[in-house]
Structures are given as structure tokens and as C-alpha cells.
Design a protein around this ligand. Structure first.
Ligand SMILES: NC(=O)c1ccc[n+]([C@@H]2O[C@H](COP(=O)([O-])OP(=O)(O)OC[C@H]3O[C@@H](n4cnc5c(N)ncnc54)[C@H](O)[C@@H]3O)[C@@H](O)[C@H]2O)c1
Length: 352
């Protein structure tokens, strides 16, 4: 795989003349689940894309390298391996004439955010975001940037009293992860207010689909079904989630470019369907043609009981409408994971 290290990176095959006809978008966290899908869609829509990722050790690097592979085939994609906290971002943004930033990089995961592992949450969600915002406002011409889209999370709501939850509900996170995402969101809004940055925050509700992170519930559920293993369910399974298919999240990011400027904007981005965990597992069983074996465990600290997005603001102001229903999305993720397991088996057989 071609990985370009910061300070020694070079432009990919596209010439400067070609680039002049396109505008450049920076995708942070481009090797991750959401970032890699977004980078591909932007390339498809004729953006020049600068992808940045530090390959944190939260999950295996080879999964992230696989995520990046399709984008790396595109001559309008340049990848930079760098940490937002230490890279010379001002230089990067200036040199590549970045017009749009999609800030997907972060430390996700609710349960591991307690205890000694809180440190990376502070570093990757709060400090990294602050470094990026500082770089933007220190640009020779800060108006170079037309939009700064921040990947926020429904975790900022915690156990919201109002369901479905709209953006006017006071966010009260119940996990350290949620606290850091809310802090990062507030930082974005502060910079918007102080410096007039054109900031849009999208609060994603449980994203799923191909390339989903290996620590996420849906990935673990599908894996267990495919391997005939018992499924661990935290709590009684009657907690609800609004799952959002990754292509809908990507679509919301594109639509966010049309959000009105002149003040920070925040939008819920949900999938339009709410389901219990037990209901999701039943559907998965049907897809896999099996009766999943369930093992119920204590409710995990930081897990909210119910999640449901009121997306009317995103609908009205951005024209956002989720397109992929839960069953269709689950089938897509199931097919992707099945294929991955087969590919791993082929590799193991060839190695023997
Ligand atoms: N997946 C979800 O369900 C979900 C829900 C709500 C919000 N979000 C947010 O969306 C974003 C993307 O989530 P994801 O599921 O794709 O996670 P991911 O872990 O797959 O991707 C994040 C990427 O960011 C990179 N990264 C982290 N810190 C960095 C730094 N300091 N510099 C450079 N790169 C860095 C990581 O290496 C990783 O590849 C995150 O900010 C997350 O908080 C995700």
C-alpha cells in the first residue's frame, strides 16, 4: 500500500493543472470506518481529497489499510499519515488549498472511555480538534475555508428525556466518550463564534454498514452469527437504538456543505428507524438463517437506554432523508463480513 508520510508526501498522479478544476476537501480519520466511505464519495463527486489519519492502535492497522485501498486507486486522492496534534496543519491546509474540512478523526467507543483509557479520548477528541481549529484560524486567508463539518455523536444526549430527541434538548452525556465529543463540539462552536468559522456539527446516531469498526455491537453480533457463537447482549436487549447506514451518514456530510453560514449549526443524523437490540438480533437471525444464541449480561456503564433522532431540522434545512432501511443495511453488513471471513480463510489456507 502507498502511504505518504507527512513532510515527505508527494502529490498523487494528478497534475496541478488538473487539480485547479476541482476543489480540495480534507477528510481527517480517512482510514477509519466513516472517513474512508466519505473520501470515496467525495472522489466520486469530483472533489480532490486529502486524507489524513494517524492509524491509532484502537483497532488493527490492516483493517484501516483495507479501508483506504479503493481511494488510493484514485489519482485525485492523497493520503498523509499524520497525527492532528503534531502535524503542521497550517502548511498542509495552505499547500493543498483546502476548501472543506470533514473532521471524522477521533477516539470512538463508549465502554472503554472509563478509567485509565480516558487519556486517548481527551487527546484524540478534544486536543486534536482544537489543533485543527487553531490551524484553520491561523491561515493567511481564513476565508479560504468554506465549510468545517464536525462528526459529533448522539452520545452527547446521554439518557435524553425526550424521544425522539431534537437538537434543542440540553446535552447531558452519561459516558466519558460523550463528554469529550460534546467538548469538541463546543470548541467548534466557540471558534465559529469568535472567528466566524463556517462550522456544521452532525450528531450521528449509531452508524453501521460495511467496514464498521470491529468493536461495535453490530460487527460483534454479525460475527457471532456467522461463526455460530453465542452473542453477548449488555442489559435485557430491550434498549432501543436508531441505526444509521453509513451511506446515509456520508450523504448528510455532503448535504452539510449547503448548510447556511452565519453561526454554528448542529443537526441530528439518524436512520429513520428505531429498533430494540432484541429486534435487531431477530432480523439478523433471519438473514443468517439461524437462531442466535443470546447471553444476557449486566447493562454496561455509559450505555444509554434509548436513542431516537428527531431529524426534522436536517430534513428541513439540508434536505436530508435516510434511504437505507434497517433490514437492507443489515444484509449489506452481513454480506461484507461473510466475505471478509471467507477471504481470511483463503489467506490462511494459502499460507499453510
Ligand atoms: N461509528 C459510529 O457509530 C459513530 C457514531 C457517532 C459519532 N461517530 C464519530 O464519527 C467519527 C468516525 O467514527 P468511526 O466509527 O469511523 O471511527 P474509526 O475509529 O473507524 O475512525 C477514526 C479514525 O481517526 C483516526 N484518528 C484518531 N485520532 C487521530 C489523530 N489525532 N490524528 C489523525 N487521525 C486520528 C483513527 O486512526 C481512525 O482511523 C468519530 O469522530 C466518531 O466519534 C461515530
Amino acid at each position: 500500500m502507498r502511504v505518504l508520510f507527512y513532510n515527505v508526501y508527494v502529490m498523487s498522479q494528478a497534475t496541478q493543472a488538473q487539480l485547479a478544476t476541482h476543489e480540495t476537501a480534507l477528510v481527517t480519520g480517512a482510514a477509519g470506518f466513516v472517513g474512508s466511505h466519505l473520501a470515496e464519495r467525495l472522489l466520486h463527486d469530483n472533489f480532490v481529497v486529502l486524507g489524513l489519519d494517524s492509524f491509532t492502535d484502537y483497532y488493527a492497522r490492516n483493517l484501516k489499510e483495507n479501508n483506504l485501498r479503493p481511494a488510493l486507486q484514485d489519482p485525485h486522492f492523497t493520503f498523509v499519515q499524520a497525527d492532528l496534534r503534531t502535524a503542521d496543519l497550517r502548511d498542509l491546509l495552505t499547500r493543498h488549498k483546502v476548501r472543506y474540512i470533514f473532521h471524522e478523526a477521533g477516539q470512538a467507543g463508549v465502554r472503554p472511555s472509563w478509567g485509565k483509557d480516558f487519556q486517548p479520548y481527551v487527546e484524540r477528541n478534544i486536543l486534536a480538534t482544537q489543533a485543527l481549529l487553531e490551524a484553520v484560524v491561523s491561515l493567511p486567508d481564513p476565508t479560504q475555508l468554506k465549510k468545517f463539518v464536525f462528526a459529533s455523536s448522539s452520545s452527547v444526549y446521554g439518557d435524553a428525556e425526550q424521544l425522539p430527541t431534537d437538537e434543542n434538548v440540553l446535552p447531558r452525556p452519561i459516558s466519558p466518550y460523550g463528554v469529550t465529543k460534546l467538548a469538541a463540539e463546543h470548541l467548534c462552536f466557540l471558534y465559529a463564534k469568535q472567528y466566524g468559522l463556517p462550522v456544521v456539527a452532525l450528531r450521528y446516531f449509531s452508524v453501521y454498514g460495511p467496514r464498521q469498526r470491529p468493536d461495535m455491537a453490530m460487527n460483534l453480533f454479525v460475527d457471532a452469527v456467522l461463526r455460530g457463537k453465542p452473542i453477548k447482549v449488555f442489559g435485557d436487549g430491550e434498549q432501543t437504538r436508531e441505526m444509521t447506514f453509513v451511506s446515509d451518514i456520508v450523504q448528510a456530510n455532503l448535504l452539510a456543505l449547503q448548510a447556511p453560514n452565519g453561526g454554528p449549526r448542529v443537526y441530528n443524523i439518524g436512520g429513520g428507524e428505531r429498533s430494540t437490540i432484541n429486534g435487531i438480533l431477530e432480523t439478523l437471525g433471519e438473514i443468517g438463517g439461524t437462531q442466535p444464541r443470546l447471553e444476557y449480561l449486566e447493562r454496561a456503564a455509559g450505555d444509554h437506554r434509548h436513542g431516537a433522532a428527531d431529524i426534522s431540522r436536517a430534513q428541513a434545512e439540508l434536505g436530508y432523508a435516510p434511504r437505507v432501511g434497517l433490514e437492507e443495511g443489515l444484509r449489506a453488513q452481513y454480506a461484507w463480513q461473510k466475505e471478509r471471513i471467507k477471504a481470511d480463510e483463503r489467506r490462511t489456507t494459502n499460507d499453510e
